[in-house]
Design a protein around this ligand. Structure first.
Ligand SMILES: Cc1cc2nc3c(=O)[nH]c(=O)nc-3n(C[C@H](O)[C@H](O)[C@H](O)COP(=O)(O)O)c2cc1C
Length: 424
């Protein structure tokens, strides 16, 4: 059967939305049958309603990153900008309004296809309010990384229709979550297994040295997780395993599914799609980065992180050791204490010494000099080209290469006109 036959695009038309099909097994998530491809949550503002809603419209799982979404809403941003003494309660409350708007807009864009998830980092101070708001705004799933979401079943107990998906990196972490949740009579509805060796953003390793630990390899975690399910007597349950980190070819998808994954999650590749919610400059920085431009360093959240060595990061890394030596407790510079533990505010000399919200917001707005641009270590499926979501999904699930890859076409398409206002 040819790749074209694999991909039947006529199954379901609704307002010109086309649900793509795949001969790879579909994934079952709380009664929904989805394509085996997930768009990972990306903050600040990189995956908002446009990206997540578009991904869902094709029948896959699109994820909104919950953190500081007011930055996509000029009216909400204006309210908080006017506050002289940064009003933490006000910033937190408008961010919940922004999350509600983004979920509703993504669902509308999806046309009822696929599913919409909300990503909440455990390390974020407003973790519990974000989870509750996501459920109240009728997200299909809550995905939690950057820490162990031991209490997620309690927080979501009144919303049994919402799928719960932890992001973990090794079998030990999966075991901790399973055992704790089983005591509450709950199982994850899926698990994202993110490999810190290749993924973007915050990494699920204790230190930079730990990133290469073989315990994180998919060849170890995928069979290890299946064995753990057997040991715990839950091998008959539907708990799809979603492999994330460095996935960039159709062939890789096939081999990960053969290895025991049920789906793959991509971050960097979706961030640079035409429908990605960030400024075009953000996409260009990620798409044009060379392997030697990508670095790992300690984030303010106390976790290793991976990003492109742009001017701000280069300058920061030059000064990092000195800044860590003089680290001291100080008030939050962004005024809303976004992290439970922030190395910069708390004077932790083992963690990053910068305001992560401010730097990520510069990147969202396309400020190449001042932004922090998270990116994975591997190549992108379409090189430096910025292409539509649909082409990315079609390539990953069916191996269909867009015409520009075979023709002698330029690798960078003309600038995508960024129509929505992104205020920082
Ligand atoms: C710009 C950017 C921001 C990200 N932010 C988050 C985040 O807020 N929360 C999270 O769980 N993962 C975050 N990630 C990780 C992605 O969701 C995804 O798991 C990861 O990028 C997969 O690796 P890949 O980029 O090699 O595909 C981010 C990734 C990128 C590229």
């Amino acid at each position: 059967m040819t790749a074209l036959e694999w991909l039947v695009t006529t199954s379901h038309y609704q307002d010109q939305l086309i649900v793509l099909q795949t001969l790879f097994e579909r994934v079952k998530l709380k009664g929904k049958s989805l394509l085996p491809i997930v768009q990972g949550g990306m903050g600040v503002g990189i995956s908002a309603h446009r990206l997540a809603g578009t991904v869902a419209s094709y029948g896959a799982l699109g994820t909104i990153s919950s953190v500081d979404l007011r930055r996509h809403h000029p009216d909400l941003m204006a309210q908080t900008n006017l506050t002289k003494n940064k009003d933490k309660e006000l910033i937190n409350s408008v961010n919940l309004i922004a999350l509600d708007r983004e979920i509703k807009a993504a669902k509308q864009l999806s046309g009822g296809n696929g599913a919409i998830a909300v990503n909440v980092m455990r390390a974020v101070a407003e973790y519990a309010p974000y989870v509750r708001q996501a459920c109240e705004s009728e997200t299909d799933a809550v995905v939690v990384g950057a820490g162990l979401p031991l209490d997620l079943p309690d927080l979501t107990a009144n919303f049994p229709k919402v799928a719960l998906i932890p992001i973990l990196s090794d079998v030990r972490g999966i075991g901790v979550i399973l055992k704790r949740w089983m005591r509450k009579n709950r199982l994850p509805d899926a698990i994202v297994i993110e490999n810190p060796k290749h993924a973007a953003g915050h990494l699920g390793a204790a230190s930079i040295a730990d990133i290469d630990n073989p315990a994180f390899q998919f060849t170890s975690v995928l069979p290890g997780a299946r064995q753990l399910f057997k040991d715990l007597g839950i091998e008959g349950e539907n708990i799809p395993l979603i492999a994330a980190g460095g996935v960039h070819t159709h062939e890789q998808v096939g081999s990960l599914l053969a290895m025991g994954a049920d789906a793959v999650q991509l971050g960097s590749a979706f961030a640079v799609t035409q429908e990605g919610d960030a400024h075009i400059n953000f996409k260009r920085v990620l798409a044009e980065a060379k392997p030697e431009d990508i670095v790992t360093f300690m984030s303010t959240a106390g976790l290793p992180a991976r990003a492109v060595r742009t001017p701000w990061l280069e300058n920061y890394l030059d000064k990092e050791a000195k800044m860590q030596r003089i680290a001291k407790v100080k008030p939050c510079t962004a005024g809303f204490d976004c992290l439970h533990q922030c190395g910069w505010r708390d004077g932790n000399d083992k963690a990053g010494q910068f305001c992560i919200d401010t730097q990520l917001a510069f990147a969202l707005a396309g400020d190449v000099k001042r932004g922090l641009f998270f990116r994975g270590s591997e190549k992108l499926p379409f090189g430096s080209a910025i292409r539509p979501v649909r082409e990315l999904i079609e390539y990953m699930i069916a191996g269909l290469k867009p015409a520009f890859m075979s023709a002698a076409a330029p690798t960078v398409v003309p600038a995508y006109s960024y129509t929505e206002s992104t205020t920082v």
